[in-house]
Write a protein that binds this ligand. Structure first.
Ligand code: ADP
Length: 887
């Protein structure tokens, strides 16, 4: 350690609050106050040769923080203004301070220090500069006079510590030698004790041998935690003998305290449980973080949370509840179990729209109607009903009307109608999917006691949409089921009940939430599975499947423009002619709605987008070629240079450009492109003919959640013991239907002339197998009765069923045909398959009014009462029937 040559007579003074720097000790100070920053900048940072500064202990007064010790405006950078100062009073009064009498208790002795290291930082928010200074104490001085230089102080000083030569002389004193030995012995003892605890004291031992003893005394004492007063005493011990005996005393005391502490630790250690240890460690960690200045993450977080809580607009009782929870959270450690869930809970409380609503301008019914018409083709009755609903909303906004429930197969526009309602009311739209929800907790949330508990889907939806008055779509309300985990339907009942939903209780929230401002709209594929009490709360609006004509219109007017737009195309770039759309409808999709149609059209648009993008780049390229050539030619000609060039005729070039432009401008979809993009057609009208080509196959019409469908029934016979085999994922009801059908056919075998002999047993030595193809689709319901009978009769009589005829109807054991549901969808399905004749139970006549007349016009509807009528119609030329004699 190189000693500075000489102590200057003036030093800039850095106040050291309630602490003392002793010679030989090293401290790290963070300078943040304007005056200390200025001092560091001027005295240390800007000087090439890092000088000395004086570190003077200051006793903290209540009013005086270090940075405000000199009132702003005092003195100036050039002139120094003298303050009252004497060497032995050590107390200066700031007389210029206007409002407050700031007393600063300066100590009259300090230590000159050298800067070992300086670093500069910028505090983020304000751009304020701070410095971190590492200082090493060097030599004691006493203050003769203190004066202000700019915003900091300088002092006239005189040296207190002995110079090297003076020291050499003093060290000869036998008393001092004795004291030195005593000190060193005590210090050695301390080192020995410390050595047992940690390995790093080896360096201290070296110090003991190399550093002069008077400096050692300071260094040792500086490393203990002693009071400010004792530190000051040490600083004041200018006399070497006094200093050594004081230091020996302090080292001795430190030694004692370590020994006592060790004894206590040994005793206590055994008793500390793991959690206590963790607690202590955490406390230490917090202390360390505080020391490092990054402790405030959690606190800041919680403060921010509290601020957000205040702005969340919670009702008073919920506000109280949230505050209780926050207090609990504040007492917890972030690592503690329960902290995360408690915090997550508060976050959800904060995020919920307790008061927030979307502004609703006056409802304009005309505009709403126009927007509904703009977005949806046809659906006249449905749109009318929606307008009525909106009108009621307009007249009585506070009254919750019935909940609209759109029922129909997928892709018929249920969701998009619901979102149109939201748009017309200028409210936000949120969709809650209820498909497959079997657990009540999905609706109502899990109680907080569960690990990973969370709110139910409704509260979650409201959190997402962030307003308390959205239009909420309860999608697929028919797909909820109940099992051991409770009944979601009963929770939904509460949600849809205007009396109860003001105080909807989500188990997770555990406080009531007002759902009365929400407008609920539901969708379902079928009505039957919806529990009656729930259905009672809703007004069902049925959306049947579309006819091919309607689909064509929807595609041309709505789907194609939208898809082109979504793919960055326009009708100038891609045209899908009506004929092609018809082909897609007939051969590529067989559905009640328009979802697959939309998908197929999107596939065409994607393909076109790629081509257009590719052509775009070639076009770009050819244009570039042209301009480049011309400009090169121009310059060459202008230069008059005699260079051989290949001249590209401009006319040809232009032709090329315009060609590529025309082909990029319109791309016409044709059958070849359909085949290329969509693959070979998936359906054709000859399917029925092919499948009914052998006896034993009949064509039925069934109802599934995808709308009406054509269902083939295949029967075959083989050697066996007279058993009936059924395959094709069948429910109990359909199995019974098959039994009934077989029984009926067996009973009437003779009348049907199914064998030449009068006395016949159809099952003699043979088994019957009935299969319902499309084995992956579960099937149930009684409406296949007539179809099974027809296929059995066809099998036994070896006559083929008519390919153009499909049927539906339940049959009793005595052969009566009973009405069935879903007539409209079934007729539409038959139409899709190109079937021209449909056999229906007579009592379903009334349902035919729902079928669009355009469909009925091209079809023959055959109404039947008895199964014999069915057979009569199902076979070419009727069925030979032996009339019963009526007894
Ligand atoms: P769902 O909810 O009934 O399954 P969506 O509402 O999702 O059906 O409709 C599927 C697609 O068909 C949507 O893009 C929708 O806009 C369109 N669509 C359905 N019906 C019509 C219609 N009548 N007019 C215009 N587009 C329709």
């Amino acid at each position: 350690m190189a000693e500075p040559a000489e102590l200057p007579s003036r030093l800039a003074i850095l106040p050291f609050r309630n602490k003392v720097l002793l010679p030989g000790a090293i401290i790290r100070i963070r300078c943040t106050s304007p005056s200390s920053v200025k001092l560091v900048e001027q005295e240390l940072w800007q000087k090439e040769e890092k000088g000395l500064i004086g570190v003077l202990p200051v006793r903290d007064t209540e009013a005086a923080a270090v940075g405000s010790m000199i009132a702003p405006g005092m003195g100036n950078d050039s002139g120094e203004q003298s303050l009252k100062g004497t060497a032995d009073v050590g107390e200066f009064q700031n007389q210029d301070a206007k409002n407050q009498q700031e007393l600063m208790h300066w100590h009259h002795r300090g230590v000159a220090a050298r800067a070992l290291h300086l670093s500069r930082g910028v505090e983020k928010p304000s751009g304020r500069v701070t410095y971190i200074v590492v200082l090493e104490g060097w030599c004691r001085f006493s203050v003769q006079e203190l004066s202000a230089r700019g915003t900091y102080y300088v002092a006239r000083i005189s040296r207190l510590d002995l110079t090297k030569s003076e020291l050499e002389q003093a060290e000869q004193d036998p008393d001092l030698i004795l004291l030195s030995r005593q000190f060193k012995a005590t210090a050695m003892e301390l080192i020995a004790v410390l050595e047992q605890k940690q390995k790093t004291v080896g360096r201290t031992k070296v110090l003991l041998e190399t550093v002069p003893v008077h400096r050692l005394a300071d260094i040792f004492v500086a490393s203990f935690e002693i009071s400010f007063e004792e530190q000051l005493l040490m600083l004041d011990s200018v006399d070497l003998k006094v200093r050594l005996s004081k230091a020996t005393e302090l080292v001795e005391r430190h030694l004692q305290s370590i020994r006592v502490a060790e004894k206590i630790t040994q005793k206590v250690e055994g008793q500390l449980s793991k959690s206590q240890k963790e607690f202590l460690l955490r406390l230490q960690m917090r202390a360390i973080k505080e020391e490092l200045g990054d402790n405030d993450d959690d606190e800041d977080d919680l403060a921010a949370l509290e601020r957000r809580m205040q702005g969340a607009g919670m009702p008073p009782n919920i506000w109280k509840h949230a505050q209780r929870e926050l207090r609990r959270l504040k007492k917890m450690q972030p690592q503690q179990p329960g902290y995360g869930s408690s915090r997550g809970y508060l976050e959800i409380l904060v995020d919920l729209p307790w008061q927030k609503v979307s502004e609703e301008p006056e409802l304009d019914l005309k505009a709403a109607k126009e927007s509904l018409d703009r977005d949806h083709y046809g659906l006249v009755k449905v749109k009318q009903r929606i307008i009525e609903y909106l009108a009621v909303q307009k007249l009585k906004p506070d009254v919750q009307g019935p909940v609209l429930c759109f029922v129909g197969p997928p892709g018929v526009g249920k969701t998009s109608l619901a979102s149109s309602i939201a748009a017309a009311l200028n409210r936000k739209f949120v969709r809650i999917s209820l498909g497959g929800v079997k657990d009540e907790a999905d609706i109502r949330g899990h109680r907080m006691t569960y690990i990973g508990s969370m709110p139910g889907r409704l509260i979650d939806g409201l959190k997402r949409v962030a307003v308390s008055n959205p239009v909420m779509l309860l999608d697929e309300i028919d797909k909820t089921g109940s099992d051991v985990r409770g009944d979601p339907a009963s929770a939904l009942l509460e949600v849809l009940d205007p009396e109860q939903n003001k105080t909807f209780n989500d188990h997770y929230l555990n406080v009531p939430f007002d759902l009365s401002k929400v407008i609920f709209v539901a969708t379902a594929n079928r009505i039957e599975p919806i529990p009656p009490p729930l259905l009672d709360r809703m007004e069902v609006i049925e959306l049947p499947g579309y006819t091919p004509d309607e689909k064509l219109n929807i595609a041309m007017k709505h789907l194609i423009p939208r898809i082109l737009d979504q793919h960055g195309l326009s009708s100038e770039l891609l045209q899908i002619p009506e004929d092609m759309v018809k082909i897609i409808i007939q051969r590529y999709t067989r559905e009640a709605g328009v979802r697959n149609l939309e998908r197929n059209l999107a596939a065409l648009a994607r393909d076109a987008a790629v081509k257009v993008a590719e052509q775009d780049s070639t076009m770009q390229l050819s244009k570039d070629v042209q301009t480049m050539t011309t400009s090169v030619l121009d310059t060459r000609l202008a230069d008059g240079a005699d260079i051989e060039t290949e001249v590209i005729p401009i006319s040809i070039n232009r032709q090329r450009v315009s060609n590529s432009f025309t082909s990029a401008s319109v791309m016409l979809v044709d059958e070849a492109m359909l085949e290329k993009v969509l693959g070979p057609p998936r359906f054709d009208d000859s399917e029925t003919a092919e499948r009914v080509a052998t006896p034993g196959v009949s064509v039925g019409l069934v109802w599934t959640s995808f709308g009406g469908e054509v269902q083939f029934v295949e029967a075959t016979a083989m050697m066996g013991k007279g058993d009936l085999h059924l395959t094709g994922q069948l429910g109990d009801v359909i199995k019974e239907s098959a039994q009934i059908s077989l029984t009926w056919v067996r009973a009437r075998a003779a009348d049907l002339k199914l064998s030449a002999t009068g006395e016949i047993n159809l099952l003699k030595n043979q088994d019957i197998h009935i299969h319902f193809p499309a084995g992956a689709v579960p099937k149930d319901g009684p409406s296949a009765g007539v179809t099974i009978v027809t296929s059995l009769v066809s099998l036994f009589s070896q006559r083929k069923v008519r390919v153009d005829t499909a049927m539906t109807g339940e049959m009793t054991l005595r052969g009566l045909v009973l009405p069935v549901g879903g007539i409209k969808d079934k007729v539409l399905a038959a139409h899709r398959y190109g079937i021209k004749r449909v056999i229906l139970p007579e009592r379903n006549l009334k349902d035919l009014t729902e079928v669009p007349s355009a469909i009925l016009d091209g079809m023959e509807i055959l109404l039947v009462k008895h199964i014999e009528d069915v057979l009569e119609q199902a076979f070419e030329g009727g069925f030979p029937w032996k009339q019963h004699s009526k007894l």
